[in-house]
Design a protein around this ligand. Sequence first.
Ligand code: ADP
Ligand code: MG
Length: 341
Amino acid sequence: MDQQDASSAPGDGAAADEARRAALIDSIPSVDESTPLAAQLAADARRRIDLSGRRFERPATTRILTVANQKGGVGKTTTTVNLAAALAQAGATVLVIDNDPQGNASTALGIDHRAGTPSTYEVLVEDEELAAVVQQSSRIPRLWGAPATIDLSGAEIELVSLVARENRLRNAIDAYLRHREDQGLDRLDYVFIDCPPSLGLLTVNAFVAAREVLIPIQCEYYALEGLSQLLKNVQLIKNHLNPALHVSTILLTMYDARTNLAQQVAAEVREHFPAQTLRTTVPRSVRISEAPSHGQTVMTYDPGSTGALSYLAAARELAERGAPATSDPGARAPQPVTKEN
Ligand code: ADP
Ligand code: MG
């Protein structure tokens, strides 16, 4: 709210801040590409000045995104937790729902997910309220997580015989949004749902609950294989269960600009999905892969690293695309937080 007011008032502190950032960025000497390391350092410095401490505009209503790709190891979980952390650091209130029995998102968020911890399983299978299972991140106060425990691995089968088996996550999220409103808690700006690498009932629940699908694509051979199946499934859900569902965002991950293959994959994805693909790519980064073993996202583990800055830049793009009064004609209004959703 406050920064929306600030950004709409010209000539105030926000404009002075922009001018200061621009002057600092201009002062960084340009480095030619013959020295890749120096060029990378200069690019990182520019990004750091441009992005650090910046507050992103908040969406007019809660945006619910399912992060999906039925391939494993493409960066779904890494993208979920780091975008969520980056947005929360930039002023948004964010919930991550760990919907993968592996519980990797819970690990990266540093939230308890030992066997027996109230979790997504209880919400989906036992009608527990999300409010009873969400945990607040100890490092980023606006970031919340619903953990996944090993119990969730049985949910795929147990859900089959339950009523409204495809709508259970959606109903739980709706109830939680109302609960926060009733309790006078901050409205959630973003809900990210991290999915397992399959298209079973857990993923169907995530597709029914969300309005947006975010697909991370690893810039490697076979990257596009399976994508058409994923898109077909999104279309099926859209036709039968959730008319609002659409692929809003594609993020290229583990991008290595030095290889022709990565460049080819990126070019092909951008050609097919020009409106959805973020300009920012996330490079392969050791710091990104180390962070979860410290129970952290890279956004707190090493905020100045290339990987963290890339996720921060991607988060800014995501926020700008969904911001109110967007000038992008392809962008759609976020999902309103109303009882009938
Ligand atoms: P998924 O959730 O799709 O299975 P993950 O996000 O768990 O994929 O990523 C798979 C592995 O790759 C993990 O070990 C993760 O730490 C690593 N990884 C993800 N993104 C990057 C990156 N940009 N650079 C280096 N390692 C990465
Ligand atoms: Mg995962």
